[in-house]
Write a protein that binds this ligand. Structure first.
Ligand code: SF4
Length: 510
């Protein structure tokens, strides 16, 4: 890995060609742009869940093209710039082509590929210009999308085309899929954002000039990491830029970032330097105090469970393009659950379910769940998410509605109990089970698992069921999914036990 400190005597770099993604990186942070261009190896690789989101974006992009029948794809790849430009020029001239996908244009050293460029015809069937359409797998228009369209418009107009309108095509979460073909006019919403984009386009040349200037320097700009590193996206150089920050860096204070901004402006660099009397939230106060804390009520609250105590966790997937009747884009669909059942004697039993084929998982999953949960005992969960999933299942499955509604009344959420009654310095201000478990039960973390978090589980599930054909690979993913979900529920069992023990000891000593 190249260290930037080695570079002070290096010759001036050559200004490279920019792309729209580099332009957007530069808008977030000039240092990010510089590092992406000159030192890409310093970036942290995207994790599996982020990669899965990129893949889903590709799937959505391909489906969006089907809304423009007879459109033609520029087949030259992203590294074949000259071929892509030549193919695009030919298709632009060919009046029989109603739309071009992945059209390539270059202007003033900026190369862009446009998702969809649709030829606009007059009432007399004469071509009069183009409609630029950017496809996003998101559910609404964001500022960064308008910036994206602004740089594309600048390049396309600079290359000599007339743009009649500029639009964003995104997923419409209001679309309710019913069996049969996907209705693409319903799945996608197209919004004309020509005016908002024109305002931003005016600023593009100046911004590009500033970015080119930055890229010609021998060292990256001295920009300190802060909130801008996560807006609109998490910067892949975060680890690099923060590697020398102290363990209790002020930026790690959880909760309101306004407080962090104010403290930073006052010159506060670590959590320990926060002046007494600063208005902090209860969680921020705990992080500042940095000591183990337990409320008097922890013991009694933990006693409120009814045995047998079930410990339930779901894994879900959210498909941009719905596959099951009566579902909407990005609706959370449960595909797996784990249940650890603890008797009053301490005896523990484990039951689990994983839906392994492409059919609708909901009914079979709910039936197996009802059987496992029976009709006695509390159902321990660690977030309101499980409640929302059970309620959703009840709404979707009329024949199981009353049984599922009874489940809801037995749910017992451990999350607010930990949040309101216990703190450990190792939480670092986070009450997520991934932070809480290793702090309270160090022998039981997630490090030994192939799947360590929910986003990765969802992407691996998608791969196992919808993509992977190799049965060995499928079996490997299946095993990893089962182990991950089981760990989440075992975590709750051990957390309850450890907290009970702690509250007993406090009772004995206090
Ligand atoms: S981590 Fe922050 S400061 Fe560093 S390059 Fe990324 S956005 Fe810029």
């Amino acid at each position: 890995m190249t260290e930037l400190s080695d570079l002070s005597s290096v010759a001036l770099p050559k200004a490279p060609r920019l792309s729209k993604s580099k332009f957007l990186s530069g808008l977030q942070c000039h240092k990010r742009l510089y590092l992406e261009v000159h030192h890409p190896a310093l970036a942290t690789k995207p994790d599996a869940a982020t990669q899965a989101m990129f893949d889903m974006g590709t799937e959505v992009g391909e489906l969006a093209r089907a809304r423009f029948p007879d459109g033609v794809l520029v087949t030259a790849g992203y590294r074949q710039t000259e071929a892509a430009l030549a193919q695009t020029a030919e298709l632009v001239q060919d009046l029989t082509v109603p739309a071009i996908f992945e059209a390539a244009f270059m202007h003033n050293g900026v190369l862009i590929r446009a998702d969809i460029l649709e030829r606009v015809m007059t009432a007399e069937e004469q071509p009069c210009g183009w409609r630029l359409i950017e496809v996003k797998s998101s559910t609404k228009v964001k500022d960064v999308h308008l910036e994206d369209l602004a740089v594309q418009s600048e390049v396309i107009i600079g290359a000599g085309l007339t743009l009649i309108s500029v639009c964003l095509m995104h997923i419409n979460t209001g679309y309710l899929y019913r069996n049969g073909e996907i209705d693409l006019t319903e799945l996608f919403a197209i919004q004309d954002r020509s005016e908002a984009v024109a305002l931003r386009r005016a600023a593009v040349p100046e911004r590009l000039a500033a970015m080119t200037h930055i890229l010609l320097q021998t060292l990256p700009p001295a920009i300190e990491p802060d909130r801008h590193c996560h807006i609109p996206y998490d910067c892949p150089f975060w680890e690099h830029c923060t590697k020398d920050k102290p363990e209790r860096w002020i930026h790690y204070l959880p909760g309101s970032k306004q407080v962090v901004d104010q403290l930073t402006q006052q010159g506060v660099t670590t959590i320990d330097e926060i002046p007494a009397g600063t208005k902090l939230s209860p969680v921020q106060r705990r992080v500042k105090e940095n000591v183990e804390w337990m409320s008097e009520k922890l013991g009694p609250v933990l006693q409120s469970v009814q045995y047998p105590v079930h410990h339930l966790d779901f894994e879900t997937i959210m498909l941009a393009v719905p596959r099951f009747s009566e579902t909407r884009p990005y609706q959370a669909l449960p595909v797996q659950w784990s249940n650890h059942i603890e008797q009053a004697s301490g005896e523990l039993r484990h039951e689990e379910f994983l839906h392994k084929d492409v059919s609708d998982p909901r009914k079979v999953l709910a039936e197996a769940l009802l059987e496992s949960l029976g009709d006695r005992g509390s159902i321990c969960v660690y977030s309101p998410y499980e409640r929302s999933i059970v309620e959703q299942l009840a709404a979707a499955l009329p024949s199981l509605k009353s049984a599922l509604s009874r489940i809801v009344s037995r749910l017992w959420d451990l999350f607010p109990i930990v949040r309101d009654h216990y703190y450990h310095p190792a939480f670092g201000g986070s009450y997520s089970i991934k932070s809480v478990l290793p702090a309270i039960v160090p022998s039981l973390a997630y490090d030994d698992l192939a799947i360590k978090e929910g986003g990765h589980a969802a992407s691996q599930y998608y791969r196992m069921v919808f993509v992977e054909t190799d049965w060995v690979e499928r079996a490997t993913i299946e095993e990893a999914l089962l182990r991950y979900c089981a760990r989440d529920t075992l975590a709750m069992v051990e957390l309850r036990r450890a907290l009970k023990e702690k509250s007993k000891m406090k009772g004995a000593t206090g």
